[in-house]
Design a protein around this ligand. Structure first.
Ligand SMILES: [Mn+2]
Length: 430
């Protein structure tokens, strides 16, 4: 399966280099970066372009991949003589046999890459051996980003495996919440269940109880649990990784049977309808707008707003409660590349004025993998602004008061777009 993936990566790269008029590409793995005025490194992330080629990319900092169309890719694998750190062993298995692997212990052993004729370099600019205009040229990056938006069978398998791993964590986190544990303890249970270290997570876990669920990228992890009489809700947005590919899943739970619990179920139903529409030919902007209508209808049903969904969406009322995008491409990067390109050359799709935070603007095609993550939040900052403007009169403020302590709801699955069908990668492994 990986060999098929590699063939497709090579095809995309061949096309990109042909279009930009380059004879080859040098891709740098990246290296650990230290904190300011310190000798300790930030958690390491490989260059995603390197990880597209090399499955265990996180193990090979400071390595280089050299590819010329029609030739076997060469992996210059960094294996230092180092007694301070563990040194990567020579890679084994199917994928390794597809590369010409040349280990090196010191940069002096590398060929002089500055002599490469008519090449592009992709990676940290300060390490580039090539001229600035051949370093991360858009004419190469744009078609590669376009190519990366169509996932190979191998890539879908990795995202599925990442989902499986994340769901173990979600189960443990759900149990932790109902056992009355704190946000931080819940987070630790999640790490244990996924066997991920904190640094290996694709993004920082959002583990939010009560009103913290209304903070979209909440990161605090309270050490103390809320007292039992004041436990209302739990929102968890947490993923996992497999060979660099991410899962990105969100669930919301209510402590008690309550209107909030019913609202979770209503949003879940709407979310699954939206997931089923993620088929080839669907405009994602239109799907995002449809999500606003669903959310407006739910808010109307629960007597949070006074107008039905369509009208609420049109006047911008639903933006008060759903102020982020419906989702994004997913892959080697959690917010994966290519979502705003009209074509391989990188012509931008204009950002709709009404939807400044939508990260995916394309018409969906088979092979795209993306998230569908509608939400309903009670965010004091946005509610206060609405109270003072023309939208305020369409809101039942007493109902808002009721829901404020619950924070918010988000339901997020990972979806592969098919020609006639949407494949829910999250619920298919549950
Ligand atoms: Mn997401």
């Amino acid at each position: 399966m990986f060999s098929q993936h590699l063939e497709i990566v090579q095809q995309h790269t061949d096309n990109a280099l042909a279009a930009s008029g380059h004879d080859g590409v040098l891709i740098y793995a990246n290296h650990p970066h230290n904190y300011f005025l310190d000798d300790m490194p930030w958690p390491y992330r490989p260059n995603p372009h390197f990880a597209w080629w090399v499955p265990e990319a996180a193990n090979y900092p400071r390595s280089f991949l050299h590819y010329q169309p029609g030739r076997q890719p060469v992996l210059y694998l960094y294996q230092p003589r180092d007694y301070w750190h563990s040194v990567p062993t020579a890679p084994q298995g199917e994928w390794a046999s597809l590369f010409d692997i040349r280990p090196f212990a010191d940069h002096s052993e590398l060929p002089d890459f500055s002599l490469l004729k008519n090449h592009a370099y992709i990676g940290q600019p300060e390490v580039s051996p090539l001229d600035a205009n051949q370093t991360n040229p858009e004419a190469v990056l744009n078609p590669l980003h376009w190519g990366r938006s169509y996932k190979t069978g191998y890539e879908v398998e990795q995202i599925l495996a990442a989902n499986k791993r994340a769901l173990k964590g979600h189960q443990a986190a759900r149990d932790a919440f109902y056992a009355g544990k704190s946000e931080c303890e819940t987070h630790l249970d999640y790490l244990r269940a996924t066997a991920h270290t904190e640094a290996e997570l694709p993004y920082g876990n959002i583990i939010a109880q009560n009103a913290n669920g209304a903070i979209l990228h909440y990161q605090q992890l309270l050490r103390e649990p809320f007292p039992e009489f004041a436990r209302y809700s739990f929102l968890i947005d947490a993923g996992a990784c497999q060979h660099g590919y991410a899962a990105d899943i969100t669930r919301t739970y209510a402590w008690n049977e309550s209107p909030f619990d019913d609202m979770i179920q209503a949003l879940d139903t709407a979310q699954q309808q939206l997931v089923n529409q993620a088929v080839a030919g669907q405009s994602y902007i239109a799907l995002h707008e449809e999500a606003h209508v669903h959310i407006g209808d739910i808010l109307h049903d629960f007597e949070v707003i006074k107008v039905p969904g369509q009208e609420a969406a049109e006047m911008g009322l639903t933006q008060v409660f759903f102020p982020h995008g419906l989702g994004h491409f997913l892959g080697l990067q959690v917010h994966d590349v290519g979502g705003k390109q009209a074509d391989p050359h990188g012509t931008p799709i204009p950002q709709p004025e009404k939807h400044p935070y939508l990260r995916l603007l394309r018409t969906l095609e088979a092979g795209h993998v993306l998230t569908i993550e509608p939400g309903i939040y009670f965010i004091p900052l946005l509610l206060d602004a609405a109270r003072d403007n023309a939208l305020g009169k369409h809101i039942h403020w007493n109902t808002v008061e009721h829901f404020l302590p619950y924070g918010g709801i988000r339901i997020e699955d990972n979806v592969r777009v098919g020609t006639h069908e949407a494949y829910n990668l999250t619920r298919s492994v549950a």
